[in-house]
Design a binder for this molecule. Structure first.
Ligand code: NAP
Length: 308
């Protein structure tokens, strides 16, 4: 693409697709660099019950496919590839993928966040073979098995409760002796007979020959180590914003892109950011979608003000 685009959207979760719907309807002819796997984190979920408008809930992937089609209906173009670099130091800005470089007058960053890992031996090798960061995606494969889930936040509790639908026993491994999760989720987890807790504990190794069979766990208070058998290990210890592409180019705050006041403006005029790449507080599909809408409106106003 040799012409200069009005807006390029990097990332394709609820924020990116909503920005695309608004930008396309504003005749900004957006290009979405949607990544190799489009749709963001909702592609890793099953039922979404809290997205307004769906009385009976909707499956995450179905919701994302609808958003994608809705943006396409108004003329959004998609590049199904990852952005490999960006240059925000000169205008027009450039975004590069393996297919080439796109120039654009404005950019909306909606690259989301990725699951944090434990970084212990065995984890990477066994990812997808018993190690998972998404209970809702993979729980089904662990019928009648004993599972471990790491973390003490809302995600860990929500996923532990979900896993009890399939597993014979779910043990929460948490590094402290109290949970960070909201009281309502704590109460539900404590009341569930299938959920057990290993407090003040950390997994130091995940073992298995091609498939998870167990873990080595250390008690952080006593230093005592033990082998705990498990058919699966679910890691639910939070997320890291996907901001590597923008390091040194956009101002970040704790890794997340910093935006100005209640707008989606970043430290570079003409570059806007929306969704989980900015938002460490709410991290909901609906808040990401709302921010995507804001980013498109901010980009539209920026283009109006700077184009003569
Ligand atoms: P989180 O709130 O950051 O919790 C992460 C948990 O993992 C914490 O308990 C933390 O321990 C533990 N942890 C972090 N790094 C670790 C490591 N290297 N090894 C072992 N444990 C580690 O993340 P989250 O649960 O994914 O939630 C993120 C946000 O989404 C929160 O604001 C949450 O409220 C929200 N959320 C809401 C819902 C809901 O309302 N239904 C569902 C899911 C998520 P410490 O407690 O010791 O720090």
């Amino acid at each position: 693409m040799s012409e200069v685009r009005k807006v390029v959207i990097v990332g394709s979760g609820p924020a990116g697709f909503t920005a695309a719907v608004y930008a396309a309807r504003a005749k900004l002819e957006p290009v979405v660099i949607e990544g190799i796997q489009a749709g963001g984190q909702l592609m890793l979920t099953t039922e979404v019950e809290n997205f307004p408008g769906f009385v009976d809930g909707i499956m995450g992937p179905e919701l994302m496919e609808s958003m994608r089609k809705q943006a396409a209906r108004f003329g959004t173009e998609y590049i199904t590839d990852n952005a490999t670099s960006v240059d925000l130091s000169t205008k027009p800005f450039t975004v590069t993928t393996s297919e080439g470089t796109i120039r654009s007058l404005s950019i909306i960053v909606s690259t989301g966040a990725s699951a944090k890992m434990l970084n212990v031996p065995g984890e990477r090798e066994l990812l997808g073979h018993g190690v998972s960061t998404c209970a809702t995606c993979d729980g089904f494969f662990f019928r009648d098995q004993e599972l471990l889930i790491v973390g003490g936040g809302d995600s860990a509790m929500e996923e532990a409760i979900f896993l009890t639908k399939f597993a014979s026993r779910v043990t929460v491994v948490h590094r402290r002796d109290s949970l960070r999760a909201s009281k309502i989720l704590q109460e539900r987890a404590f009341a569930n007979d299938k959920i057990h807790f290993l407090w003040n504990s950390a997994i130091t190794e995940i073992t298995g020959n091609g498939k998870v069979s167990g873990t080595r766990i250390v008690n952080l208070m006593t230093g005592e180590e033990s082998d705990v058998a498990a058919g699966g290990v679910f890691v639910a210890i939070g997320h890291t914003p996907n901001t590597e592409l923008f390091q040194g180019q956009l101002e970040l705050d704790g890794g997340y892109i910093k935006t100005s006041g209640s707008t989606t403006e970043t430290s570079v005029p003409g570059v806007f950011a929306a969704g989980d790449v900015v938002d460490y507080r709410y991290r909901q599909a609906i808040t990401a979608a709302g921010m995507g809408c804001m980013a498109a409106i901010d980009a539209e106003r920026y283009l109006e003000a700077t184009q003569h």
